[in-house]
Each structure stands twice: as structure tokens, then as C-alpha cells.
Design a protein around this ligand. Structure first.
Ligand SMILES: Cc1ncc(COP(=O)(O)O)c(C=O)c1O
Length: 411
């Protein structure tokens, strides 16, 4: 009896120790502004010191220990030879195992193709399966990388409006957009910027539509580890989807490794050959050290990622509550991702004007939902701003205080 009690107590202490250690990773003091101001080139390093950047989806936390160790090991060994086409065998094995276990796609290492990030994988996919003048259907709003990838292939973007209130896809409307030049359907699930998981029935309808018209599906699932409520369904896990889906996964969002430029495509052999044709390893080689870091992430950093998710949930709840308390601001609670996409159209200004105003008055940088010169999320993003919350509670709370004060003088 005593032994049992000691075991239970030991277990509780172990859990508490682990919990407090993982909390330390994401505590207020864990955000090292001294390092970020030198190294976070898309956020802290590019803006004046007094600005809080809630712009790029690039976490403010240092990567998990096993990832740092992997990079150190590679540096100590000092051998930086060419990597093989498609990725190192060890990386491909680790990725295949992760995808089988976490995404429910029955793949092997032969189905993995390493890329320098998901953005590059998107561009390769568009170039592999579209000819100039072909059409790709993408959602509106959605991350600008989809449109850019279609442009890079010389393709034409065809927008399918997403209901911004519910995030639902208009399946009937989508069907009406398919024409003789349609080649590709672009899925973003979980959805950036709406933070919604595409539902199984929606995916089913899209897979059926793709099968009816012989389309390739580019399924960007880079956000699929950041899920607070509900279950992510991988498009390629649906019956009939495997042979026409290129699934894209990455490391930037889950493991804070954006600068290591790593991602991978998962696909059936004929599709993978298409990728190989447009992106042979000698022109698009993937950094071997990044793959070692990626392998460490997949094999050893899941506890870190789970603790990160717990932290994000707390910041999300705080941010949504605060934003909903601000007059004229309407915001969906994201069930996935760390992006917020508040509707600020009631202020009677454009997204760009609002972003400029918040930068000048609140010293908080956000991304305009749409813009004349450059649109981050497509025409459907007008009236919105995007804010990320992959930072500490203290920084997020401070940013929200500033936004609230600036908005109160605007209204
Ligand atoms: C939907 C989506 N795809 C791709 C990317 C870029 O991925 P990576 O950093 O792996 O190139 C992002 C980054 O925000 C994204 O939101």
C-alpha cells in the first residue's frame, strides 16, 4: 500500500515537474527580445523597438532542446556534403512515420519529398501540375502563398468565397467554378487566417469533385498540429483522395523552425514524379542540417509542441475575450492555428488604413486583410486585420491594451 502511494506521489511529482518545465518554455520571460531583435527578421528585427509585431506567423519562443542538439551535433561533426534527391533516408522515414501516426495517411518513406519549406512545396506543386493558362481554384480569403504559387506556374486564380462568419465552404458555388481549364483545387486546412478545420463532409465533396474532373488537390496542412478543438482530417486519408492529393506539411508553425526552411510533400508515386521533374535535387537541394533538425523535431519534440499548444490556448482565450470586449470588433474564435482575423469594417476604414492607424497610434503591427498593392488574403479579406498570438501572454496582453486604447479614440 505504502509502495503504491509512493508510486502515485512519485508520478504526480514527475507530472508536475514536467508541467512546470514545459510552462517555463512559454513563460513571459522565455521570450528573448534581445535575440528576436537580432534574429526574427520578419517581425522584431525589422520594426522600430517600440512596435509589437503581431504579423508573421513565426513563434517568439526558442526551439525545443532536441532540435538545438541536432544542429549542434551536425556542427561538431562538420561534414556538410550534398544531400540526396527528395531528402535523406532518415528524414523521410521519420516524416512517413509521423504522417502515418498523426495524420492517418498510410504512406512510406518513398512517398515523402523534402522541400525548403511548405511555401516552396506549394510552388513546386503548382508548377508540376499546371500549364500556363490553366486554372486553380483557391479560397477567398486565404493565405497569399496560394495565389503566388498559381501565378508562378503561369496559372489563373479562380476564387471561391468562404463564409467568413462560419468559415464554411460553398460547395455548390465551388462546383460552378470548375471549367475545362481547371487543373487544381487548393485546400488550406486548418485555414489561415480563419483558424477553422475543414470539415470531413466538405473534404469529401471536394475529393469527389476532383475525381469527377480529374483535378489535383494541393492540400496545405502546415497548421494541422495546432488544433484546439475538433479533429483535423487529412485530405489524403479520405477514400479516393490518395492518388490525386499532394499533402504539404512543415515545421515553421509547430516547431518555430521557419528559418531552417524545411517542409515535405506526401504523395503517391505518379504525383511525386511530377514534383521531381520540376524540382530536381540539384536545383532545389534541401539543407541537410535542417533535415537533421526536422528529424529531431518529429521524433523528440512532440512534448514541446503539446506544451506550446497549451500555452497558445490560454493566449487565444485571453485575446478573443479582449477583442470581443472592444466596441466595433467582431472576431471568430479560432479552433486551430494561432491567427486571429477580426472584422473591423464597422470603423469605416479599409484594412490597410486600419493597419496603418494601429501601427502609428498603438505601435502594434498587424497584417491588413486585403490591400490595393498587395493582398495578403485576397479580396475577401477586406475589412479585416490579421493578428498572430504565438507570443507570451505578457506581450499579447500589452498589444491588446494598446489596440483597445487606439480604437477607443478612433470610435
Ligand atoms: C497556409 C500556409 N502555408 C504555408 C506557409 C509557409 O510555410 P513555410 O514556412 O514552411 O514555407 C504558411 C506560413 O504562414 C501558411 O500559413
Amino acid at each position: 500500500m505504502l509502495v503504491l502511494l509512493a508510486c502515485i506521489e512519485g508520478g504526480i511529482i514527475f507530472i508536475l515537474l514536467n508541467r512546470s518545465r514545459s510552462m517555463e518554455h512559454f513563460s513571459d520571460d522565455a521570450v528573448r527580445l534581445d535575440l528576436l531583435r537580432r534574429r526574427a527578421h520578419n517581425r522584431w528585427a525589422r520594426l522600430p523597438m517600440d512596435v509589437i509585431p503581431l504579423t508573421a506567423a513565426d513563434p517568439d519562443f526558442r526551439v525545443a532542446e532536441p532540435i538545438r542538439d541536432a544542429v549542434k551535433r551536425a556542427a561538431v561533426d562538420g561534414v556538410f556534403s550534398y544531400g540526396p534527391d527528395g531528402g535523406t533516408p532518415a528524414f523521410r522515414e521519420a516524416a512517413a512515420l509521423f504522417v502515418r501516426e498523426h495524420k492517418g495517411i498510410g504512406c512510406t518513406a518513398e512517398n515523402i519529398y523534402a522541400t525548403c519549406g511548405v511555401a516552396q512545396g506549394m510552388m513546386h506543386t503548382a508548377r508540376a501540375f499546371m500549364k500556363p493558362g490553366d486554372e486553380a481554384i483557391l479560397f477567398d480569403p486565404v493565405d497569399f502563398l496560394f495565389g503566388r504559387s498559381v501565378d508562378a506556374a503561369g496559372g489563373r486564380r479562380v476564387y471561391s468565397r468562404v463564409d467568413k462568419e462560419t468559415g464554411r465552404i460553398d460547395i455548390e458555388g465551388l462546383k460552378a467554378l470548375v471549367g475545362p481549364r481547371t487543373r487544381m483545387l487548393c485546400v488550406c486546412s486548418p485555414h489561415n487566417p480563419l483558424g477553422r478545420l475543414t470539415r470531413r463532409d466538405e473534404l469529401r465533396a471536394m475529393v469527389d469533385l476532383a475525381a469527377d474532373h480529374d483535378l489535383v488537390i494541393m492540400s496545405d496542412e502546415i497548421w494541422s498540429d495546432i488544433v484546439f478543438e475538433g479533429v483535423h482530417t487529412a485530405t489524403a486519408s479520405l477514400p479516393g483522395a490518395w492518388e490525386r492529393t499532394v499533402s504539404l506539411y512543415g515545421f515553421s508553425k509547430t516547431y518555430a523552425m521557419a528559418g531552417l526552411q524545411l517542409g515535405y510533400a506526401v504523395a503517391a508515386p505518379p504525383l511525386l514524379e511530377g514534383l521531381q521533374r520540376v524540382a530536381p535535387g540539384y536545383f532545389y537541394p534541401v539543407n541537410t542540417v535542417s533535415m537533421e533538425a526536422g528529424q529531431a523535431a518529429l521524433e523528440e519534440a512532440w512534448p514541446w509542441a503539446e506544451a506550446f499548444l497549451g500555452h497558445l490556448r490560454r493566449v487565444r482565450d485571453h485575446a478573443v475575450r479582449r477583442l470581443r470586449g472592444m466596441p466595433g470588433v467582431d472576431v471568430r474564435k479560432p479552433e486551430a492555428t494561432y491567427t486571429l482575423f477580426p472584422d473591423v469594417s464597422s470603423y469605416g476604414v479599409t484594412s490597410e488604413e486600419m493597419a496603418r492607424y494601429l501601427l502609428e497610434e498603438a505601435r502594434v503591427a498587424v497584417v491588413p486583410g486585403h490591400g490595393e498593392g498587395f493582398s495578403y488574403f485576397g479580396p475577401g479579406g477586406e475589412g479585416h486585420i490579421r493578428m498572430v498570438f504565438c507570443t507570451s501572454m505578457r506581450i499579447m496582453a500589452e498589444a491588446l491594451d494598446r489596440v483597445e486604447e487606439a480604437l477607443s479614440s478612433l470610435s
